[in-house]
Design a protein around this ligand. Structure first.
Ligand SMILES: Cc1cc2nc3c(=O)[nH]c(=O)nc-3n(C[C@H](O)[C@H](O)[C@H](O)COP(=O)(O)OP(=O)(O)OC[C@H]3O[C@@H](n4cnc5c(N)ncnc54)[C@H](O)[C@@H]3O)c2cc1C
Ligand code: FES
Length: 278
């Protein structure tokens, strides 16, 4: 198959995730017979969404690989492509090239406790992983599941239905936190690194997946180190600027590594061998 040719997709729904409407989740279905059956992906992979006459941009796949049917993309309005994606309505057409990138390292995660740490729209692929790991077919593959997720304020929390459902389960330790509460907020207040510092994990059994805004990552990594997690067992999903998504254009490299094909998920151990350009 020509890797530059997108799948034709139809918009099934577009839902505002945040109170201010700055982040929406767009659910797409395959518009051509047979494509849905031929398509599979793993949590942590991304795709290039394209709009004719506007352009193309990469987005993490936000739905779980075990959810049949629709593919979700959670889009934060930043510029041209993301604004046009926000304007789409049910039935509109979008191109989708993917799945791209490596995804989260399931082989490394199976049999281990998993600590998921996310913030902002970076939580999208972690939502995909958490949905995968909590599915009845897969829950037995992983040990303890801890999810720390934060937003600047309650109105910016994504996936509120999922958070409610996960919060009712006794096989996941879910910690949702906001930097700045409002009058309606009865949950935890504080930044993500502080919530991670409170965890009591068995460092020898735990692997961490981290994705979020740069400041969250910068302050969370030292805390994971304090908790005893070695760099080989901390995986970070990067969001470098990209163009082709398939290792051809050289827009996304960090030293010798292409984020689009070698990543976007890297262990900290691997990143420490590369220039600190991310
Ligand atoms: C692997 C990967 C996964 C991503 N997943 C998501 C996701 O799930 N949801 C989401 O909303 N966004 C995601 N992004 C970021 C998204 O691709 C950019 O926001 C998008 O390309 C902006 O396109 P635009 O045409 O709207 O903005 P432009 O008009 O191109 O630019 C608007 C502004 O956004 C900045 N910008 C553009 N690209 C990036 C980028 N990659 N990182 C940071 N700033 C950027 C520009 O410098 C400019 O200031 C991801 C990026 C990568 C590489
Ligand atoms: S985006 Fe073109 S090489 Fe990675």
């Amino acid at each position: 198959m020509n890797p530059y040719l997108p799948f034709p997709m139809s918009v099934e729904k577009s839902v505002a995730e945040t109170d201010d409407g700055s982040i929406r989740t767009i659910s797409l279905s395959f518009a051509r017979n047979g494509d849905s059956e031929a398509f599979s992906f793993r949590a942590g992979q991304f795709a290039e969404l394209s709009l004719l006459g506007t352009g193309e941009a990469p987005f993490g796949i936000a739905s779980s690989p075990v959810d049949p049917g629709l593919l979700d993309f959670t889009v934060s309005r930043a510029g041209l492509v993301t604004s046009e994606l926000h304007n789409l309505e049910t039935g509109d057409r979008v191109g989708m090239r993917g799945p791209l990138g490596n995804g989260y390292p399931l082989e490394e995660l199976e049999g281990r406790d998993v600590l998921v740490v996310g913030g902002g729209f970076g939580f999208s692929t972690l939502r995909a992983f958490t949905g995968y790991a909590l599915h009845p077919d897969n829950r037995g593959l992983f040990g303890g599941m801890t999810v720390v997720y934060g937003a600047r304020n309650p109105g910016l929390l994504l996936y509120r239905k999922d958070l409610l459902e996960w919060g009712k389960r006794d096989d996941i330790d879910l910690r949702v936190t906001v930097d700045t509460p409002d009058g309606s907020w009865a949950g935890r207040t504080g930044v993500v690194p502080a919530a991670v510092r409170e965890l009591r994990i068995d460092a020898g059994r735990t692997t961490a997946l981290v994705c979020g805004p740069p400041a969250m990552i910068r302050y969370t990594l030292p805390v994971l180190n304090e908790l005893g997690l070695p760099p080989e067992r901390v995986f970070l999903s990067l969001e470098m600027k990209m163009k082709c998504g398939i290792g051809k254009c050289g827009r996304c490299n960090i030293g010798e590594a292409y984020v689009c094909t070698d990543g976007p998920v890297f262990s900290l151990a691997r990143l420490s061998t590369l220039p600190g350009e991310y």
